[in-house]
Design a protein around this ligand. Structure first.
Ligand SMILES: Cc1cc2nc3c(=O)[nH]c(=O)nc-3n(C[C@H](O)[C@H](O)[C@H](O)COP(=O)(O)OP(=O)(O)OC[C@H]3O[C@@H](n4cnc5c(N)ncnc54)[C@H](O)[C@@H]3O)c2cc1C
Length: 446
């Protein structure tokens, strides 16, 4: 180890942070999960990433690659291993103004991207939170506020630069290493470290953004009407319905229909949003014209000791009414988790299931539950949560890797349908045969 460390110190221009160093407390854990790695390596450039990968692979220690550090399972840290923290690779450059091609460092956050693109009146449909990483969100999907119009974040990706397990720098695009390009669009961090992403951004105006709320007692009708309307609503409209907001009364909280309308024309926005306003008795409506960069919220880091459990699944068209009925009932019971339903469909579903390693293209909705609290609260909530997911099981399908707090075999199987998994495993054998990059919903090379 000591000679490997000497080589690292010679070749690596970034920070090497070890237990006891002043910064260690701040960088040891990821945002949602604590950790105690032996080394946090913070590269400044691609050569540093190569040196860090060489060190990690030679050390035999577990490796975690950290983008924005927001992964629910805590993939951005470990105990006793090596963490490669990409936060210094955060440049955002408009490299082709005509085609709106933006090159983004592998450790940038979506807040950095939105702020850098705002002066150009450009945006990339990503997520809802500034501090979430471009890396993790894009490599597994990216369901953001313009998802129905522009698809997943990974649908706007045109190329990526990766450092692979053997330290090589490769480009993945439709022209270069197309199978690797297929794999990184859904395959998470399995294939290597993305040091730069190239996206085709889209022009943006300010957008209409906010929420319309209805009494909890109207949940069933509002949710059913909402889901039905989304089938014909303009794709400029993206929406999230949420129940049991703990900051607004928990199981007695109003039903919240969050809305983003991509455009600044008041009449078109009203025409798109009014059918939602007519779904029930409106008790709140704060939809207003907002700069796209301000739509993204700051991500809160939970205080020490607080765990966050996220579970999710996709809902195809046919079982939507049944699923909404179950969720409305559970949302109104004491102890309900936070329930969010995200609209997908639109541009997401116009891409073939096998065009990328993200395969759940035909779903209309994604249902997510979130439970947060100290361990005893999480443990106590477990049986009710299992019961809810047991009720949903016959009607839902698959899972979105980015909203899963666990990474057991069944989670990986839910994320990757069998054909996708087999094809990913073949790419994995080529680029990471020893499974160096295992801190993810892992696709094994064998
Ligand atoms: C508050 C919050 C809000 C969220 N909102 C949304 C949302 O609106 N839409 C949505 O789709 N998702 C959302 N998510 C989920 C989010 O997409 C995932 O948590 C995602 O994995 C976070 O990426 P990260 O880079 O911040 O996390 P990390 O924990 O750093 O990384 C997650 C995974 O990606 C890998 N990875 C990260 N960067 C790279 C890279 N450059 N190269 C190779 N591998 C890499 C890591 O190794 C790890 O396996 C949200 C999560 C949180 C906590």
């Amino acid at each position: 180890m000591s000679s490997a460390l000497e080589t690292l110190r010679r070749d690596f221009g970034g920070d090497i942070i070890e237990p006891g160093d002043a910064e260690y407390e701040a960088v040891g854990g990821s945002k949602l999960v604590p950790g105690s790695p032996a080394y946090v390596l913070r590269p400044e450039n691609v050569d540093d990433v190569r040196a860090a990968v060489g060190f990690a692979s030679g050390s035999g220690l577990p490796l975690a690659v950290r983008g924005g550090g927001h992964g629910f399972p805590g993939f951005g840290t470990n105990d006793g291993g090596v963490v490669i923290d990409l936060s210094r690779l955060a440049d955002v450059d408009l490299v082709d103004g005509e085609r709106h091609i933006v090159r983004i460092g592998g450790g940038a956050t979506w807040g950095q991207v939105a702020a850098a693109l705002a002066p150009h009146r450009l945006a990339i449909s990503s997520g809802d939170t500034k501090s979430v990483g471009v890396g993790g969100l894009t490599l597994s999907g990216g369901i953001g506020w313009k998802v129905r119009k522009y698809g997943l974040a990974l649908d706007s990706l045109v190329a990526a630069e990766l450092v692979t397990a053997d330290g090589e720098v490769v480009t993945a695009s439709a022209e270069e290493n197309p199978e690797l390009f297929w794999a990184i669009r859904g395959g998470g961090g399995n294939l290597g470290i993305v040091t730069a992403f190239e996206f085709a951004a889209h022009p943006t105006t300010d957008v209409f953004f906010g929420k319309v709320t209805f009494p909890a007692s109207e949940a069933v009708e509002v949710l059913q009407g909402w889901a039905k309307y989304l089938r014909t609503a303009p794709e400029e409209l993206t929406s999230i319905a949420s129940l049991a907001n703990p900051f607004a009364g928990g199981h007695e909280a109003p039903v919240e229909i969050h809305i983003a309308f991509d455009g600044d024309d008041q009449q078109l926005a009203d025409a798109a949003i009014d059918p939602i306003r007519r779904l029930g008795t409106v008790v709140g409506d704060d939809v207003a014209l907002t700069a796209y960069a301000d739509v993204l919220v700051e991500g809160a880091t939970p205080p020490p000791g607080i765990q966050v459990v996220a579970r999710n699944a996709f809902v195809d068209r046919e079982p939507v009414p049944e699923v909404l009925q179950i969720l409305a009932e559970v949302g109104a019971s004491p102890g309900s988790p936070v329930i969010a339903l995200r609209s997908v469909g639109g541009a997401v579903s116009r891409v073939a299931d096998d065009a990328t390693a993200y395969a759940h293209r035909q779903a209309e909705l994604m249902v997510v539950t979130l439970t947060a609290g100290p361990k005893p609260v999480i443990d106590a909530a477990g049986p009710d949560l299992d019961a809810l997911w047991g009720k949903l099981a016959p009607h839902v399908d698959g899972a979105y890797a980015n909203f899963l707090a666990s990474a057991a075999e069944e989670d990986v199987a839910a994320v990757y349908p069998a054909d996708t998994y087999r094809r990913l495993a073949a790419v994995k054998r080529q680029y990471d045969p020893s499974n160096l990059f295992a801190g993810n919903h892992n696709v094994r090379p064998e």
